[in-house]
Design a protein around this ligand. Structure first.
Ligand SMILES: C[S@@+](CC[C@H](N)C(=O)[O-])C[C@H]1O[C@@H](n2cnc3c(N)ncnc32)[C@H](O)[C@@H]1O
Length: 351
């Protein structure tokens, strides 16, 4: 979530931009059999609101209006509506609902908050301001963890050390969990794992709990309200013992970059989700300082960071040999920027 956020809306997974033709605004069709009353169709409304958004400088105008119209008509995307429904008349109530939601978008509310949900790693998560909206690159962070875990399983199988115990998947700690996006997507894929999800925000904790219940994953997750700058509370954070993995997409924006963020972000997302202090490392350093006490021997940390951070984190870790942490790999995101750190705890730390 660095400065790409200028254009974050609408490019999430599974939501495909519609390449449909252009139609005249608002009122499009007339009944064939002599009726003069104009029909307001879904397509006409998409075009009407797209034009208005464009005129008022709302980014991703067409995507926004398509999502809102589709949502009111009970679909995820406009493209997934049957063609007949796109050109059929819509009711007055639907038109009013669309107008209400589009008015919120005109006020620069992110479309994810307007429609109240968003997809992440194939899961539909409830979204509510001011809890951070999960970004597409964080799905890559989840993929890295899944890849690492599948390699670990293959190695165990090759060595004949596969555990047949119930819950033999890794114990995972998601620090700064927000809406629960990382924690819940990992739980949905790693069916033997359990997760502790931690956030200091009351709204975030509540939303993660609600999302876990909606997705029927509440039995394998502990959701804890905790400020990680206040130290480790082992009873709360390690209910099942030391963790195999710590995963985090923490707040890491450099303070002086904050003012460049889009109005959607500054007005509707919690600043506590974003501002990582002078060098963006305030919470990253806390996570790294505490990780050795939270991880079992040879455990791993996966972190999403700003492209300037891999070098800063490497230097900082060199100044903290007491932590016995080392960067195992730096991975790039879909824009080719170094954004993900895989950090390893050497055997025997945890002091
Ligand atoms: C960038 S958001 C990431 C949310 C989620 N991991 C995601 O990727 O969608 C950072 C989160 O860290 C939480 N946070 C900020 N400071 C914290 C702290 N000191 N301790 C725990 N959580 C914190 C915020 O409330 C916010 O939900």
């Amino acid at each position: 979530m660095w400065l790409w956020q200028m254009k974050l809306w609408g490019l999430g997974p599974g939501r495909v931009r519609w390449k449909g033709g252009f139609h005249s605004p608002l009122v499009l069709l007339r009944l064939v059999s002599g009726c003069r009353a104009p029909l307001v169709t879904a397509t006409a409304l998409v075009n009407h609101w797209t034009q208005l958004f464009e005129k008022r400088g709302v980014p991703e105008a067409r995507e926004s209006s398509e999502y809102i119209v589709a949502h009111v008509l009970g679909a995820k995307t406009f493209q997934s509506l049957p063609v007949s429904q796109r050109f059929a008349s819509i009711t007055d109530l639907q038109r009013e609902q669309i107008a209400k939601l589009c008015t919120q978008r005109l006020q620069r509310m992110p479309v994810q908050y307007v429609i109240g949900e968003w997809d992440f790693q194939g899961l539909t998560l409830k979204m509510e301001s001011p809890v951070f909206i999960p970004r597409p690159e964080t799905e890559e962070l989840v993929n890295l963890v899944l890849h690492e875990e599948s390699q670990r399983c293959q190695e165990s199988r090759a060595k004949g050390t596969v555990s047949h115990q119930l819950h033999s998947g890794p114990l995972i700690l998601d620090l700064c969990c927000g809406s629960g996006a990382i924690a819940l997507s990992l739980l949905s894929k790693l069916t033997q794992s359990r997760v502790v999800a931690v956030d200091k925000g009351e709204e975030a904790v509540k939303l993660t709990r609600e999302n876990a219940q909606r997705l029927h994953l509440e039995n394998r997750i502990q959701i804890v309200r905790h400020d990680i700058t206040s130290g480790v509370n082992s009873e709360q954070l390690l209910p099942w013992g030391p963790m195999g993995l710590v995963v985090s997409n923490p707040l890491y924006i450099f303070h002086y970059d904050m003012e460049q963020l889009a109005p959607e972000i500054l007005s509707y997302e919690d600043t506590d989700s974003l501002d990582g202090g002078e060098d963006g490392m305030r919470v990253i350093k806390e996570i790294l300082s505490q990780a050795p006490k939270l991880l079992k021997d040879s455990g791993s940390i996966f972190l999403e960071v700003d492209p300037r951070h891999p070098e800063l984190v490497g230097n900082w870790l060199q100044s903290r040999p007491d932590l016995d942490l080392s960067i195992l790999a730096t991975h790039i995101d879909f824009c080719g920027k170094p954004r993900f750190l895989h950090i390893h705890k050497s055997r025997g730390t945890g002091r």
